[in-house]
Structure formats: structure tokens, C-alpha cells
Ligand binder design. Sequence first.
Ligand code: HXC
Ligand code: NAP
Length: 283
Amino acid sequence: MFRKDLLKDKTIIVTGGGTGLGKSMATRFGELGANLVIASRREDVIQSAAEELRQTGADVLGLSCDVRKPHSVQDMVDAAKKKFGKIDVLLNNAAGNFISPTENLSPGGFKVVVDIVLNGTFNCTLAVGKEMIAQGGGTMLNIVTTYAWTGSGYVVPSAAAKAGVLAITRSLAVEWAKYGIRINAIAPGPFPTEGAWSRLAPPGFGIEKKMKNRIPLKRFGEHIELANLASYLLSDGAGYINGEVVTIDGGEWLKGAGEFNDLDRMPKIAWKAMEVMRKKSKK
Ligand code: HXC
Ligand code: NAP
């Protein structure tokens, strides 16, 4: 399925493509034949990632860009078009996040996350969307997370922003289909990255262990699993998938949602006792 030419000649912009999941997805796209544009704030991080990505054989443009700033986003789009002539795919992956009791947040703390995640996604979507409309189509993929629809304490700015990104995904999947633009989202559960772990699961507080225990498959995601899913959704083989959000979380959010899922913890002997009681009462 993941033939070496799956994404051949597609030009893909990955925001936040210099680190973590963005870099892993970009690496996979490069292996599958894509031209890459990776963009984030830190020039040194982006340029060294671009150099690494060239090892896949891909043609890579690394750009410094702050998705919060529309003019910076427009510069990125212009540079991508100048180098590759067209933009086939936008992957909105850049994000900011941290854990905090909500009563300890300042308005600035809320704003910084919403600006990167929600406004940043909109800025990129608008600028690239205009190009795609002019060129007759394209594909967009937005990285959200499962608390986009469940909500989550201690990450309220991120939850609010990701919910907004999901709403943009579903809205534009309908509105822009007439231009040949497909828009989908992926909702990952926990995938270890330096960026996420340093801010959401700092060592010494047992957070990582709690996160793993919540997952029915009892492990975190592998980057290649996410990268393969993204590659599929961007490929022409997924041409009829539009407005969908695909969860990749080992069953984590459903485990939290099902009323009786915690009965996992009930010992076998208790199940036996219940059975005996049931048979007795039937008699
Ligand atoms: C409370 C905080 C805070 C914290 C910052 N602020 N960190 N408030 N707790 N831990 C507040 C500051 O006090 C300030 O408020 C405002 O936020 C801006 O802070 P700055 O440090 O100036 O912002 P900046 O340098 O722009 O950094 C942005 C950032 C940072 C979001 C705070 O973490 C960042 O650069 N993140 C990028 C990468 C990232 O977050 N990756 C993880 C994504 S993981 P005032 O009031 O002073 O203005 C992810 C996973 C989701 O999303 C799902 C997992 C399962
Ligand atoms: P990460 O490595 O910290 O990635 C975030 C990226 O966003 C960084 O490369 C960062 O680069 C960039 N960025 C931040 N602010 C930016 C801005 N204003 N303009 C441009 N780029 C900006 O963390 P990650 O774990 O890989 O997260 C990637 C995506 O997956 C995010 O959307 C995140 O919400 C999502 N996600 C992650 C997990 C997980 O468990 N890891 C789970 C669910 C969803 P600069 O600092 O150089 O700008």
C-alpha cells in the first residue's frame, strides 16, 4: 500500500515540521516521494531538520514562519510556490500547549495557545486555500486530539483551540469541496515527543505512567503509525474521504467513555461470585 511513489510530485507543507510528530510525518512523506516544505519559528531547528529530511531523497525547503502572523504565513506560501510551482497538501501540525490549573492561567496564557493552534491553523488554511482554489484543488490535514470533542481539564486553551480546528475541518470540507479541496483531521492519543512530554508529562510526577495505564493497548503510539495514517489520508487513494476525523489512540478515549470499562480492574473471583449469586437467585 505504501509504494515508494505514493506521494510522488506532491508538494506538502508541514507546519511545525522541524520537530516531533511533524518531522516524523514529513520524513515518511519524503520517503514516499513528496516535495517538502517545513516551517516553524526557530530557523536553526528548521534548517537542521531540512538537512536531515534531504537524506530521504526529497527536495526540501525549510522556512522560518510564525503561523500566528498572516504576513509570515503568506511569505511561506509565496516561497513554497516559487520553489515548487504549486502546493498540493497543507498539514496543519504546529501547536502550543502546557498543563495548568485553569484558575492559574492568565489571559495571555490562554491567548498564546489559541493563537498558535486555532488562529495559526486558520491563517495557513486561508493562505493555502486561496492558492488551492486558484490551482483547482488540494488536500488539507489538521492534527487535533481526542479531547477536541471530549474536552479535558488542565489543558483548557488547547482543548478549546483543537475543538475550533475540528469545526474548521468539518465546515470547510463541505464549503470548499466545490473547489476540489478535501479536508480531514487526525486525532492522536499520546505519542512521545520532546515537545509534548516536556510540557504535559514532566518527569517525577507519575503523569506518563497514568497516561499509559489509560490506554487499552497499554502502550503509546509509534510515530510511524501516525505517519502512515497521514500518508494514506493525503494520498489519492483516500480521494473520497472528506470531513472525517480519524482517531489513532489505542482505544484510549473510548475507554474513558464506556460506563463499565473500569470493570477491567475487578478480580476474577468477583466475577465468579457474581455468577454463583445469579445461579442461586434463578433457582
Ligand atoms: C501557565 C503559561 C505557561 C505554563 C506559558 N504561560 N507557559 N501559563 N503555565 N506552563 C503563559 C505565560 O505566563 C504568558 O502569559 C503566556 O503564556 C505566553 O508565554 P511565553 O512563554 O511568552 O510564550 P511563547 O514563548 O510564545 O511560548 C508558547 C508556549 C510554549 C505555548 C507557551 O510552550 C511553546 O512554544 N510551545 C510550542 C510547542 C508545544 O507546545 N508543543 C507541545 C504540543 S503537544 P502572560 O500573561 O505573561 O502573557 C500537544 C499534545 C496534545 O498539543 C494532546 C496530548 C495527548
Ligand atoms: P512539538 O514537537 O512541540 O511540535 C510543535 C511544533 O509546532 C514545533 O515544531 C514548533 O516549532 C511549532 N510551532 C509552535 N508554535 C509555532 C508558531 N507560532 N508558528 C509556527 N510553528 C510553531 O510537539 P508534537 O508532540 O510533535 O506535536 C505535534 C502536533 O501533534 C501538535 O498539533 C499537537 O497538538 C499534536 N498532538 C500531539 C500529541 C502527542 O502525544 N505528542 C497528541 C495529540 C496531538 P517552533 O517552536 O520552532 O515554532
